[in-house]
Write a protein that binds this ligand. Structure first.
Ligand SMILES: Nc1ncnc2c1ncn2[C@@H]1O[C@H](COP(=O)(O)OP(=O)(O)OP(=O)(O)O)[C@@H](O)[C@H]1O
Ligand SMILES: [Mg+2]
Length: 260
């Protein structure tokens, strides 16, 4: 019998099981003469079905980390495994393919096309897939329904509130049925009630097993997640589970509705 190192075996199994595994990742940006060391040895596992909030001061590496998780960028050193596949070794074309299939992005600005309806905005990412036209429409309608916006399918962004526009952006992120949703300050431009409404949608999607990683500057918003990572100077300084987190649906009942 060949000698098998038990701890290596266990590590391999863990790597296969983790949806996202980050191993001692460093990221450098070259800016002319200077070199910015944005990530300084980050290691973390994120499992299927988690809802992780990332907090930390401006410049601490949160967006750099998210961009790597979403295959927008590669680590300078260390490894990033997405569903067991070593993303650090993929070329740009392969990264784009993985990203389109597995990851949905939501940002602070909604980035919707102005002269395009909610339904068409939602449908956009399907144009880069092989799905036929009728099915693309179906999927866009289904994604809009998931964020509770079926009634506004034919509205243009200028005819919608900020919260509604962000919901369209979430629908657009979901339309290719990703396994991961990455949201970088999705409530940064929204008032507090609307922010909690967005968190309600994210909690509901996470109940449906979508894995979510969310960057936020607001402590109250981070509390809706299941786990919080705190970044400082390119490292994870704190990693803790949130027990007894509030349900956004219940919090909304306690908040006044805005009169129009
Ligand atoms: N494309 C880039 N080129 C050069 N430096 C960059 C680039 N992107 C980020 N940086 C630098 O890397 C460090 C980490 O930036 P990052 O955007 O990840 O921070 P952040 O935690 O998301 O901050 P914020 O809360 O302000 O969004 C910063 O020092 C930043 O200036
Ligand atoms: Mg950022």
């Amino acid at each position: 019998m060949p000698a098998v190192n038990q701890s290596e075996l266990t590590q391999e199994t863990a790597a296969k099981q983790a949806l996202m595994r980050v191993e001692d990742v460093h990221k450098y940006y070259e800016l002319g003469e200077t070199r910015v060391h944005a990530l300084r040895g980050v290691s973390v596992d994120i499992q299927h079905g988690e809802f992780v909030a990332i907090m930390g001061a401006s410049g601490s590496g949160k967006s750099t980390f998210m961009n790597m998780l979403g295959c927008l960028d590669r680590p300078s050193s260390g490894r990033y495994l997405l569903e067991g596949v070593d993303v650090s070794k993929q070329d740009k074309k392969a990264l784009a393919r993985i990203r389109n299939q597995k990851v949905g992005f939501v940002f602070q600005g909604f980035n919707l096309l102005a002269r395009t309806t909610a339904l068409e905005n939602t449908e956009l990412p399907t144009l880069y897939t092989r799905i036929d036209k009728a099915e693309r429409r179906n999927r866009a309608a289904e994604a809009l329904a998931m964020v509770g916006l079926s009634d506004l399918a034919r509205h243009f962004p200028s005819q919608m509130s900020g919260g509604q526009q962000q919901r369209v952006a979430i629908a657009r992120a979901l339309v290719n049925r990703p396994s991961i949703l990455l949201a970088d300050e999705p409530t940064g431009n929204l008032d507090s009630r609307t922010s909690v409404e967005i968190m309600e949608i994210l909690q509901n999607l996470n109940d449906g097993e979508l894995t979510i990683v969310l960057v936020t500057h607001e402590h109250d918003i981070s509390q809706f997640a299941k786990r919080v990572l705190i970044f400082r100077d390119g490292r994870i300084r704190k990693d803790e589970p949130l027990l007894n987190r509030p349900r956004a649906t219940q919090v909304l009942r306690t908040l006044p509705t805005i009169e129009d």
